[in-house]
Design a protein around this ligand. Structure first.
Ligand SMILES: [Mg+2]
Length: 240
């Protein structure tokens, strides 16, 4: 493993590759199924959104906990669920768990560029270990980064643990992600550098106001990262 003064933590879902897109497809398929069972889609959608937020504090993030939530909603609304609906749910689950890993444009080139920099790079993601590991392996990114680290939930404590593990000062840690709640605000809380990748698609539960908007560097595309990182290292911890 490289020893470096700087640590780059890269979020994976909706930062390196598409994720919310597939959760949206799952929700869409589920609502269609519930419509086929005689329920009003809008009513079910509201229940899904409420239960999704409720379950996050209990089950943590992940595709399977999300599917479990949908199954519970179905069984609650349609106690005598026909077997074809159970089969349809199995198909919806397969689509979510084994969706193709679609990297965003420029991710490979940018990571290849950044390999030249004296920075240790960890893909830092939350969710279920096996599902996230499987996506990472299928992404083909393992030779471009130093490590993969998966936690049940990305919060301030989880981030502090990574900093201790990597033995890096917060001011020398750059956190890149699309989620205000899981990436940017924990970064700001510990005094790390926060780079927000602005995405149209960000899961509703991940949206939150920045605790210190003036300190956030926002990029529209992953391509911009290698340039700003070079500038940051050259100018000794500022982006000017
Ligand atoms: Mg993300």
């Amino acid at each position: 493993m490289k020893t470096n003064d700087y640590l780059l933590l890269l979020d994976a879902d909706d930062t390196l590759w598409e994720s919310a897109l597939f959760f949206e497809r799952t929700e869409h398929d589920f609502l269609n199924l519930m419509t086929a069972l005689g329920l009003a889609a809008e009513k079910v959608r509201r229940i899904v959104h409420r239960k999704d937020v409720e379950r996050l504090s209990v089950t943590g993030y992940g595709a399977r906990p999300y599917m479990d939530t949908l199954r519970l909603i179905m069984l609650d609304l349609v106690p005598e669920t026909p077997s074809w609906a159970m089969t349809a749910m199995d198909d919806i689950q397969k689509n979510l768990l084994y969706h193709p890993v679609i990297l965003f444009p420029g991710v490979i080139g940018t990571l290849a560029d950044m390999k030249k920099l004296p920075v240790k790079t960890i893909v830092y993601t939350m969710g279920e270990k096996d599902h996230q590991t499987d996506k990472f392996e299928r992404s083909g990114l393992s030779s471009y980064v130093d490590e993969l680290r998966i936690v049940p939930v990305k919060n301030v404590n989880a981030l502090r643990d990574v900093l201790v593990y990597a033995d890096v000062e917060p001011r020398n840690c750059i956190i890149v992600g699309n989620s205000p709640r899981s990436d940017i605000n924990p970064a700001l809380s510990v005094g790390a550098i926060a780079v927000h990748v602005a995405r149209d698609r960000t899961w509703a539960a991940e949206r939150e106001d920045f605790i210190d908007p003036g300190s956030v560097v926002t990029i529209e595309s992953f391509n911009e990262l290698s340039g700003i990182l070079e500038r940051f290292l050259k100018n000794k911890n500022t982006f000017n």
